[in-house]
Design a protein around this ligand. Structure first.
Ligand SMILES: Cc1cc2nc3c(=O)[nH]c(=O)nc-3n(C[C@H](O)[C@H](O)[C@H](O)COP(=O)(O)OP(=O)(O)OC[C@H]3O[C@@H](n4cnc5c(N)ncnc54)[C@H](O)[C@@H]3O)c2cc1C
Length: 434
């Protein structure tokens, strides 16, 4: 457990206010930090109805709470009540409040996380303009981080119905030309939403917008549906639609893989030829599946082919047969997915399912409590776990080695997510079957 073994009069009380707040993972993470840094503190989720926010702030002060975080829907309202430092003022929202001699002192640290991502990615934020979708606290924190990094233009776009705050569309339509061409790359969930929302503004402020939506595929795929294809025998076709059937009037759909973006010339090039743009939205998503193709039968529902393979695997698996579920690479998106897949396979088939993973314990990097919960989930489902499992001789490659096969014997294997990486690598070595 992460909670201190004894709460005393010296224990410092922290918390998070939100509405609702029960879902928040902050108490888990904060408790882990308390444990790691030997802080005698507790971190409590406080559900606070918007109408009682002011009373709640007084109450937290009255009972000696030392500090608290602020989440939806209170970030702007707490700023309105308490004010804040220069960062909070620029963003107009607050996410962190601590008590000092003068009372509550509020700040906003949301922008620091986004700035850290920009830095980690090596993005030169001083070059070019940024387009930020959304106009809530998080979007404004991103705009603030971009402004601090010297990005010349950062604009926020509100949800449909929030037209007065529609800064991004104004940014796109500003500039004086009679017609502005916006090219949206990728017709996944993000690209479709962007193109369709921009299409609401095709005639506005005397500027005609041309919205061009480009995708390598003529079909939009709803990826979460693949789970039902594997486990509920749903038809994969149900989760595909022609892109052209999903766009608003005014969006031109272009099919073809884009190979290159040339910001200096404001052009994208590739299979569709050369497309010029005034504004560009990049929504190319992430690739999933096995690097360079599946080294074994693909039986995980991250792709249409994998979901179909998974459904076939479930049909032929018998109780007691052995299945190993592994991530395809040491780093992959959606860390819980591998464990969820293993539990689902186990529940459905009563096969002997084992997760083999490089982490020493399930979800180990997420701290003790999440790890313990996932270990319990696996144990309750009767799923085995082999930790410290080397995923292959080459970094980023997954394959089984004979000694591992002994440690985690298998008749079938299902693979987890992978992160985006080059697909130009040679295919992974063939696995060893026992
Ligand atoms: C099994 C599964 C379950 C999931 N469950 C959930 C869930 O429950 N909740 C949730 O929020 N999310 C879930 N997700 C994640 C969700 O599907 C993705 O986050 C979402 O699809 C991302 O949308 P996107 O538009 O950013 O990218 P994508 O949907 O990946 O779209 C990117 C588009 O860009 C196109 N493209 C890529 N490269 C090029 C190129 N060079 N040229 C032209 N076009 C290109 C692709 O063809 C694609 O259409 C799940 C994903 C999977 C696989």
């Amino acid at each position: 457990m992460n909670a201190p073994t004894a709460i005393s009069g010296a224990t410092r009380v922290y918390g998070i206010i939100g509405h609702p707040v029960a879902h928040s993972l902050s108490p888990l993470f904060q408790a882990e930090f308390f444990r790691q840094f030997s802080i005698d503190g507790v971190y409590v989720p406080f559900p606070v109805e918007p109408a009682r926010l002011e009373a709640a702030l007084d109450g937290l002060a009255a009972v000696g709470v030392v500090g608290f975080n602020v989440t939806v829907p209170h970030k702007e309202a707490v700023y309105a009540l308490l004010g804040g430092d220069a960062d909070a003022e620029a963003i107009g929202a607050v996410n962190t409040v601590r008590r000092d001699d003068a009372g509550w002192a509020a700040t906003n640290t949301d922008w620091l996380g986004f700035a850290g991502v920009l830095e980690g990615l090596g993005v030169d934020a001083g070059k070019g303009a940024a387009l930020v979708f959304g106009a809530g606290g998080t979007a404004r924190a991103a705009v603030h981080a971009l402004a601090k990094a010297g990005t010349p233009t950062a604009a926020a776009h509100a949800r449909m119905g929030h037209a007065p705050r529609d800064e991004a569309v104004r940014a796109v339509t500003a500039g004086g030309e009679a017609t502005r061409r916006v090219v949206v790359l990728g017709a996944g969930a993000a690209g479709l939403a962007a193109a369709n929302r921009l299409a609401l503004h095709v005639e506005r402020d005397g500027v005609a917008l041309e919205v061009v939506l480009v995708d390598a595929s003529a079909e939009h795929v709803f990826a979460p549906g693949f789970v039902s294809v594997m486990f509920e025998d749903a038809e994969a076709e149900r989760f595909r639609r022609p892109v052209s059937s999903l766009v608003r009037p005014g969006v031109e759909v272009v099919q073809g893989r884009v190979e290159r973006i040339d910001p200096a010339r404001r052009e994208v090039t590739g299979e569709p030829g050369t497309l010029g743009y005034d504004a560009l939205v990049v929504a190319l998503g992430a690739e999933v599946g096995w690097p360079g193709g599946a080294p074994v039968e693909d039986t995980a529902p991250w792709t249409a082919a994998g979901a179909a393979g998974g459904a076939a695997l479930l049909r032929r698996l018998r109780p007691g047969e052995r299945v190993v579920v592994v991530p395809a690479t040491p780093a992959y998106r959606c860390p819980p997915a591998v464990f969820d897949l293993a539990v689902r396979i186990r529940r459905r088939t009563r096969a002997e399912v084992t997760v083999a993973h490089p982490w020493p314990r399930p979800l180990a990097p997420f701290g003790e409590e999440p790890s313990r919960r996932f270990a319990t989930m696996l144990a309750e489902a009767g799923v085995g776990f082999v930790g410290g499992f080397p995923l292959g001789a080459r970094a980023g490659r997954a394959f089984t080695r004979r000694e591992n096969v002994r440690a985690a014997p298998w008749d079938s294997m299902a693979a987890g997510h992978r992160a985006r990486e080059s697909t130009r690598d040679p295919p992974a070595p063939a696995p060893v079957r026992n």
